[in-house]
Every structure is written in structure tokens, then in C-alpha cells.
Design a protein around this ligand. Structure first.
Ligand SMILES: [Zn+2]
Ligand SMILES: [Zn+2]
Ligand SMILES: [Zn+2]
Length: 928
């Protein structure tokens, strides 16, 4: 080709991405230009859109889940900022709490008793700050735009003051109370835990059926099922379902005639379990009959009373439930109703106290075996086996937790019908995916009051005081507000000091000396109060437009935020909630160190670059779990390469073109107008998907456009125009003008995902094509819709592309048979076109679109391939004439080895270069 003056693409935008080295340089430029502030400045006055960041714990390096979450947020915020909104993004960190405390104690290799609270808090603050700095730079390396200079931290003085103000508002409205209810308790961390702090794992447990002798029915034993034998010393009652039918059956167990009371539906099951031959029904009654009856404890000298409870189910067990109000939520509620004693003879380490008599000093789980043995000796054990079931574990130390009743602080969810309000608000929020709504509703419907006190060091002290004289507690919103002002100036450590400059008087004894509550606030209270940020930060508003977190936050942050917002302000703190699944390996298994299948964001960045990780994030459907493996990453690299090469093609072929060469819309060729109209349709779909947070649909829609419409169709066709027409010829200029539109639109549409690459594209375009472009792609807006084709023309194009498919297939057949080499050696006859589609296009345009040299009658020619489909009959023959050495088309008028058109193009390009101005021409490609 070099012999001729062919116009080959030229650009500094390299084929090789080299993201590893390039991305940090681009990020440096963003940082230097203060890109985040520039964007907000640029968008000031536009409609606000606030995505409120859920704060991760500052206790380690970021993992792939963090990267996924922040990239999804970044894609949405960036999209909003280039589509007519002002979208600030303030990142947050959760700096208090058990996750940090647990890890720091492990690192220091000491326990709570080895260090004072104040000393520990200093170390914990340093620890949190160290990791938030690490995470901050790791998030920046992902290309996330945010207010990195001023993140919100739950240990900031202002933030802590906000926590106290929220607490004061709750106190004022009467939501806070002290109670001795059973709560989740970790015996290893020695603290109460909230719902959100336990996770479920399968473990083996004893499953036993115990006999409680009836004191009302002759020689009869109630069969009671339990999987926690250690709670039997705390038994207070047996619960029946009032509507179920129960039977007393008599059977022979090991030679003894024994009468057993059991759910009627379970009588055969019991018979089989004890290997009895058969049974005889003595009597039958509804569960309500047993309310008030007395039973004897199987090994202690204490009574168990019969009660009725709706939570008694017929699925598992015997239909008779052992009730220990000190060790279970349902049990506790039933206990309240029947005025049962709350027995919880277990200390903070999980050891039985002296109230448990002979079990004193034993760890509860270890006591199971002893209790089973005692009952076996007493003949009170009907049967026992081991089962594996899902059991709550501590989220930090991963040990099984227990229910334990101790005095704790609670937020009532039923005061003033708060629960009803929460459910109302949930309905008003838009949940994506929609299943989220039922999930959180069910949780809120059934949740107990929120236990907010923790027996730990690292958090905001609960601002409650005890009278030194009489022990009465002082819970006063006015005092808490005063303390809030103090904390705003000094930080929450001030609360731990004695002689606070706040007047306190005991309402009971008039005493003036007080000591602070030892407990701290649940860390979920800290983050749940974060919506006060929405009122304090510039450009923000309450409620936020969007919360976006992992789907586990229905139980965590979405709920704690909802409760605190609805209780203190009324509305939910968010209008939309989007949740994503978890990252699993290529086979769908959980990632874990022990499995060796963990992939970290750092590894991906070091190997491929942040834009590849961003493509992975955008290409996956985040509604469910997201698979990640090296193979999947390889496919992301393939996506990337295709996108990069397309941008490179566009930039390269815009060489020698500038804005002043732009072809007015009215003078563009039909093919160019068609592809631009296609682009507008794609843009509509992509932006609608971005709007609805359907990011993977947006990405794939864009990618398909690049891959199918551009790469396999449009760009393939216009290569001939771009390379071989005269530099200034209208058809070439028309296509270049189309490339410019495509480039601008695609750069912006892809920018939220592959931000670094799109910035590189824009900077290259600024250098090579249009110096007036802004400093960053993120200071632009997605162009308005400009191109469209009327419906009837669109229909012609759809039919033409169908015919094109058939022509290309027929040519492929001819090539496969070895009849022709290049498609340009082919001619085609197309007949049977009933819709007359072809008549709307000029012959030269059709030849161009079909990538052939000749079109017309096949009569008298050797047919090389034939296809009848899509409503036409296509016949392929060898084009007659001579091959042009410059454009490879076969034409009749060839001289000196090149065709007439090429000769003219060569001359015009040379003349225009000499004259430095366009040479007018008539091209042979202009469509009708
Ligand atoms: Zn624990
Ligand atoms: Zn007092
Ligand atoms: Zn030619």
C-alpha cells in the first residue's frame, strides 16, 4: 500500500493500555486539579443528587467487597455528575466498635483488665486512623471521586456530638429504657450483641426429649424437646399451642407402661423413636386445656407451669416447648405475659453462677453433657441424639453466642407505634432489587427492642449517670444536649472524666454526686445516626436520594438508620435503597483464606489495572452474588481491549480532521446518519439503565453497540472511505464527523465505568483534534440527542441489514469453497426483494455496505454461492474487471493499476496538501 497515498489512522493513543503505570499518573492529575471540587463547582446550581456513603470499619485493607461497593457508588455518582445533576459524595468510616476493639486487643495481646479505658481508647483512635488512611489511598487507587479531604469519621468530635444529639432526641421522646431482657451475649467478647452482630453457622448440638411429670394428669409425662439442655436449670414453664390437638398415649417403653403427653401429630414419631411396638390413646385435648397445669422439673425441685403461646409450631419437636425467659426472646415475651420469673444463672464469661447450684462454675456448653447424664439417671430422658443446625455466632470472634438476661439499655420499637411507622416508611422507599422490601419488612415486623448498650471500651459512652447516694439513674435530654456541646469541643473522652461541668440532681434523693454509666453505645447506633451528616454538609439534603450497600445491611445499617431517623425525625433517611450481593469465586463458593480462592483488589490492580476491576464490577449483575475468577477477569480484559481498540480507531481516523471540517447534519451520508441515530437509541437505553441503577445492562448495551454496530458493521464499512477517498472529500468528512460524534458520546457514556481510559481518550482528543475541550471528561455532560431517522427509514435500514447478513453469508460460502479470496472480488445479484428495500439506496452505497465490487444481473455468470433467506435470493459471482492496487475494488476502468476513483483521490489529496485547502469533488458514494 505504501506506494499510494492512503490515509491511514494516526494517533498517540496506544494500542497497549499499560493501565498499571498510566492510571496513577491520571489520578495524580485529578488530584492536582482538585477534580472533585471542580466537578461540584461546575455543577453548582444543578439539581442535587445525594448518595450517602455507608461507613466501612477502619480495621484492615480493603477487600473485594469494599471495592465492589465503592465502584458501584462511584459509577452512579459520576453518571449523575455528567447528566445534569450536582452529586457530591462524602465518604465515611466507622471508627468505633467491637471490630476494631477486638482486633486491637488481639494485636496488643492483652485483655480488658490489663489496660485502662482511657489508655485503650488512645490506642484505638490511632489504630482506626492508621487504617482509614490506608483504605483512603486504596479507594483513591480505584479511581473513586469523593471528598477525600473531608471524609466523615464517627470519631470526629462533630460526629460524636451528633450521636449524643440523636440520643437526646430519643430520650426526649421516651424511646430509651433500661431493662433486663435476654439479649445475644458473646461469652468470649464478654458483651451484649445486637441482631446485626451475630451470624449463623451450622454446628452440632444435642437434640433431646425430656420428660416433665404432670401433677394434674395421672402418671403422665409431658415430652419436651430442646437443643439447649444447659438452659433447663432456668426453666419456668412449658408452652402449648392453644389450637393444636395433644394426646396422652400409653406405650411400653423398655418394659414399663408409660403415659406420654405429646402433640397428636407426633405420636407415631415418638413411638418409633423409643422403639415401642404400639400405643393406646388415653385422652385427647386442645392445647388450651393444659394452660395453668403444673409439671415437675426433670431434675430440680421447681415447678413448670403450662402456658399457651402462638410461636409453638408443629414442625420440629414435640409441640411442647421448654420456656426459659432468661435465655430466649420468645421465652421472655411469654414470661412477661404469664408473669414468669426471669432466671439467668450465667455470668459474663458463660459460667453458671451459684444460683445454678451443682453446675456452678461450669461453662454452659460444657454443662450440656452433665445435664443429659443426670436426666438419664433419673429416667427423665426419653431420647437423645445429635443434630446439625444453624446457630448464632459472634461476628467478631466467631464463637457460638448465648441468650443471657442482664440489665441493658434498649430503644423501644413499639413505643408510639414506631414499628408501624417504620413499616409505613419502608413502603415509601424504592428498593432495588425489589425483594429487599419484603426482607426488611419481615425483619422489622419481628425484631425485638434494640439493645444499645455494650460492655466494651471503644465507643461513645452512654450519657446516663447513676446517683452515688441511692443508685437512681439520671436520663435527661437537656443534660445530654449540654454534654453534646462539650463533646463537640472536646471529643467523647471528656465524658469519662469526673466532675463534668453540668449540674445534676437526683430526683429521688437530691444527691449531687453521680457516676457515668460504664457501658458504651452499640457501634450500629454510631453509623445509624449518620444522617445528621446530610444536614451538615454542603450540597447535601435529607432524606438522601440513595443508600447503596451489600444485602446484609437490611439487618444492619439500613435498619439502624431507619429506626433512628424515624424515631427522631419522622421520615426514612433514604428515598432509594440499592443492594448488591457478595463476591464469590468462579464456582460460586464463598471466598476464604482457607479455601485459597481469595482475589484482592490490589492483585487485580497490580496485574491489570483499576479499569479492568471497574469493568468487572459494571459487567456483573450485582443483584445476586458476583462471581470472580482469573478466567472472568480475562473476559473483562477482552471487553477492555475491544473498547480501547474502538476508541483508537476513532481517534486515529480523526487525524487531519478538526471541528471546522464538521459536516452539517443535512449533508451527512445516509450510512453515517443511520449509525448516529443508532447511537442515540443506544444512548437512550444506556442512560435509562444508569438512571435505574441497572449498571450491568448499561454496560452490556454499550459494549454490544461497540462490538456489533461499530466493529462488525459501521467501522468495517467506512474503512474504505477513510483510507482511500480524497482527504477532503465529503463522504470521508461525513464519516469523520460521525466518528467525532460517536467519540464524544461514547467517551462520556463509558466514563463512569472506565474512568481512566475515558480521561485518556479525552486528553488525546484535546491534543489531536479539539483544543477547546475541558480539562477533564468529568467536566462535560453527555451530549443531548441530536440525530434520529424517521420511522420509515429506520425500517428500511433494519431490512437492509437483514439482506446484508445474507449477502455476507453467501460470500463466506464462496470463500469457504475456495472460489474467491477477498470479499471485494465478489459481485452479487439480489432478487425477490418484495419490499423494494434496495431501491431506497444507491448502487454504490449498497456495494459499500455489502463490501462487494459489483451488484447486478447474474445471468451468464458462474454462480459461486447462493442463499435464499430473509426474503431475498442472493447469488454470488466473480466481479468482472481489474483489481485496484490501492482500494482493492474490482472495476472496469483501471489504468496504471489503480481505479479512476483512486487516481482522482491521489491527485486531490496531493493538490489540497499543496494548496493547504479543500479541493471540491464529487464522490461516487453519496446515497440517495
Ligand atoms: Zn465474640
Ligand atoms: Zn439519689
Ligand atoms: Zn481504487
Amino acid at each position: 500500500m505504501s506506494k499510494y497515498n492512503v490515509l491511514l489512522p494516526k494517533t498517540a493513543f496506544s494500542m497497549k493500555a499499560n493501565l498499571r503505570e498510566k492510571e496513577p499518573l491520571i489520578q495524580k492529575k485529578w488530584k492536582k486539579a482538585d477534580i472533585y471540587e471542580q466537578i461540584l463547582l461546575n455543577n453548582s446550581g444543578k439539581k442535587p443528587f445525594v448518595l450517602h456513603d455507608g461507613p466501612p470499619y477502619a480495621n484492615g485493607h480493603i477487600h473485594i467487597g469494599h471495592a465492589l461497593n465503592k465502584i458501584l457508588k462511584d459509577i452512579i455518582v459520576k453518571y449523575k455528575n455528567i447528566s445534569g445533576f450536582a452529586a457530591p459524595f462524602v465518604p465515611g468510616w466507622d471508627c468505633h466498635g467491637l471490630p476494631i476493639e477486638y482486633q486491637l486487643f488481639k494485636e496488643l495481646n492483652i485483655t480488658k483488665s490489663d489496660i485502662s479505658q482511657i489508655d485503650f481508647r488512645k490506642k484505638a483512635a490511632e489504630f482506626a486512623k492508621k487504617f482509614l488512611k490506608i483504605q483512603l489511598s486504596e479507594f483513591m487507587r480505584l479511581g473513586i471521586f469523593a471528598d477525600w479531604k473531608k471524609p466523615y469519621l464517627t470519631i470526629n468530635k462533630n460526629y460524636e456530638a451528633g450521636i449524643l444529639e440523636t440520643f437526646a432526641a430519643l430520650v426526649e421522646k421516651g424511646f430509651v429504657y433500661r431493662g433486663a431482657k435476654p439479649v445475644y451475649w458473646c461469652c468470649s467478647c464478654e458483651t451484649a450483641l445486637a441482631e446485626a452482630e451475630v451470624e449463623y453457622h451450622d454446628i452440632p448440638s444435642p437434640s433431646i426429649t425430656v420428660l416433665f411429670k404432670s401433677e394434674d394428669l395421672e402418671n403422665t409425662y409431658a415430652a419436651v424437646w430442646t437443643t439447649t439442655p444447659w438452659t433447663l436449670p432456668a426453666n419456668a414453664a412449658l408452652a402449648f399451642n392453644k389450637d393444636f390437638l395433644y394426646s396422652v398415649i400409653e406405650m411400653d417403653i423398655k418394659g414399663y407402661q408409660t403415659r406420654i403427653l405429646v402433640l397428636d401429630a407426633k405420636k407415631e414419631e415418638i413411638r418409633d423413636k423409643v422403639h415401642a411396638k404400639d400405643f393406646r390413646i388415653i385422652s385427647q385435648n386442645k392445647g388450651s386445656r393444659f394452660a395453668g397445669m403444673k409439671f415437675r422439673h426433670p431434675f430440680l425441685n421447681q415447678p413448670a407451669v403450662g402456658i399457651c403461646a402462638d410461636f409453638v409450631e408443629s414442625g420440629e419437636g414435640t409441640g411442647i416447648v421448654h420456656i426459659a425467659p432468661g435465655h430466649g426472646e420468645d421465652d421472655y415475651r411469654a414470661g412477661l405475659k404469664y408473669n414468669l420469673p426471669v432466671i439467668s444463672p450465667v455470668d459474663e464469661r458463660g459460667l453458671f453462677t451459684k444460683e445454678a447450684g451443682e453446675f456452678r462454675g461450669q461453662f454452659v456448653f460444657d454443662a450440656n453433657e452433665k445435664i443429659i447424664n443426670i436426666m438419664r439417671e433419673k429416667g427423665a430422658l426419653l431420647e437423645s441424639e445429635e443434630i446439625t443446625h444453624s446457630y448464632p455466632h459472634c461476628w467478631r470472634c466467631k464463637k457460638p453466642v448465648i441468650f443471657r438476661a442482664t440489665p441493658q439499655w434498649f430503644i423501644s420499637v413499639d413505643k408510639d407505634n414506631l414499628r408501624g411507622k417504620l413499616l409505613e416508611e419502608i413502603k415509601r422507599v424504592e428498593w432495588t432489587p425489589p425483594e429487599g422490601e419484603n426482607r426488611i419488612s419481615a425483619m422489622v415486623e419481628n425484631r425485638p427492642d434494640w439493645c444499645i448498650s455494650r460492655q466494651r471500651y471503644w465507643g461513645v459512652p452512654i450519657p446516663v449517670f447513676y446517683c452515688a447516694n441511692c443508685g437512681e439513674h439520671l436520663l435527661d435530654a437537656k443534660i445530654i444536649r449540654k454534654l453534646g456541646a462539650l463533646v463537640r469541643a472536646e471529643g467523647s473522652d471528656i465524658l469519662l472524666k469526673e466532675n463534668l461541668p453540668v449540674d445534676m440532681i437526683c430526683r429521688k434523693c437530691g444527691g449531687k454526686k453521680f457516676s457515668l454509666e460504664n457501658d458504651i453505645l452499640d457501634v450500629w447506633f454510631d453509623s445509624g445516626a449518620s444522617h445528621h451528616i446530610l444536614e451538615e454538609r454542603a450540597g447535601h439534603r435529607f432524606p438522601a436520594d440513595l443508600y447503596l450497600e451489600g444485602s446484609d445491611q437490611h439487618r444492619g445499617w439500613f435498619q439502624s438508620s431507619l429506626i433512628l431517623s424515624c424515631a427522631t425525625k419522622g421520615p426514612a433517611p433514604y428515598k432509594n435503597v440499592v443492594t448488591h450481593g457478595f463476591v464469590v469465586d468462579g464456582a460460586g463458593r464463598k471466598m476464604s483464606k482457607s479455601q485459597g480462592n481469595v482475589i484482592t483488589p490490589q492483585e487485580i490492580i497490580d496485574k491489570s489495572g483499576a479499569d479492568i476491576l471497574r469493568i468487572w464490577t459494571a459487567s456483573q449483575n450485582y443483584a445476586g452474588d458476583l462471581r470472580l475468577s482469573n478466567e472472568i477477569l480475562k473476559s473483562c480484559t477482552d471487553y477492555y481491549r475491544k473498547i480501547r481498540n474502538t476508541f483508537r480507531f476513532m481517534l486515529g481516523n480523526l487525524h487531519g480532521w478538526s471541528i471546522k471540517n464538521e459536516t452539517p447534519k443535512a449533508q451527512m451520508t445516509a450510512l453515517d446518519l443511520y449509525i448516529l441515530a443508532r447511537m442515540e437509541a443506544v444512548k437512550k437505553e444506556v442512560t435509562a439503565n444508569y438512571e435505574n441503577y441497572h449498571i450491568s445492562e448499561a454496560f452490556h448495551c454499550l459494549f454490544d453497540f461497540i462490538n456489533l454496530d461499530l466493529s462488525s458493521f459501521y467501522l468495517d464499512i467506512i474503512k474504505d472511505r477513510l483510507y482511500t477517498l480524497g482527504a477532503y472529500w465529503p463522504d470521508r468528512r461525513s464519516s469523520q464527523s460521525a466518528l467525532w460524534e460517536l467519540l464524544k458520546n461514547l467517551t462520556l457514556l463509558f466514563a463512569p465505568v472506565i474512568s481512566h481510559t475515558c480521561e485518556e481518550v479525552l486528553q488525546t482528543a484535546k491534543e489531536e483534534i479539539d483544543g477547546t475541550l475541558p480539562e477533564s471528561v468529568f467536566l462535560m455532560e453527555i451530549p443531548e440527542e441530536k440525530f434520529f431517522i424517521p420511522e420509515n427509514k429506520a425500517g428500511q435500514w433494519i431490512r437492509l441489514l437483514k439482506i446484508r447478513e445474507s449477502v455476507l453469508k453467501a460470500i463466506e460460502d464462496a470463500r469457504a469453497n475456495g472460489k474467491i479470496g477477498n470479499a471485494l472480488e465478489a459481485g452479487a445479484s439480489i432478487t425477490g426483494d418484495r419490499e423494494n428495500t434496495l431501491s431506497y439506496f444507491s448502487e454504490s452505497a449498497l456495494k459499500e455496505i455489502f463490501l462487494i465490487s459489483q451488484l447486478g444481473e447474474a445471468a451468464g455468470k458462474e454462480i459461486l454461492a447462493e442463499r435464499e433467506e430473509n426474503g431475498v435470493l442472493v447469488k454470488i459471482y466473480r466481479a468482472e474487471g481489474t483489481k485496484c492496487g490501492r482500494c482493492w475494488r474490482i472495476t472496469q476502468n483501471n489504468s496504471d493499476g489503480i481505479c479512476e476513483r483512486c487516481a482522482k483521490a491521489e491527485a486531490d489529496t496531493a493538490a489540497s496538501a499543496a494548496a493547504n485547502e479543500p479541493v471540491p469533488n464529487t464522490s461516487d458514494i453519496l446515497e440517495k
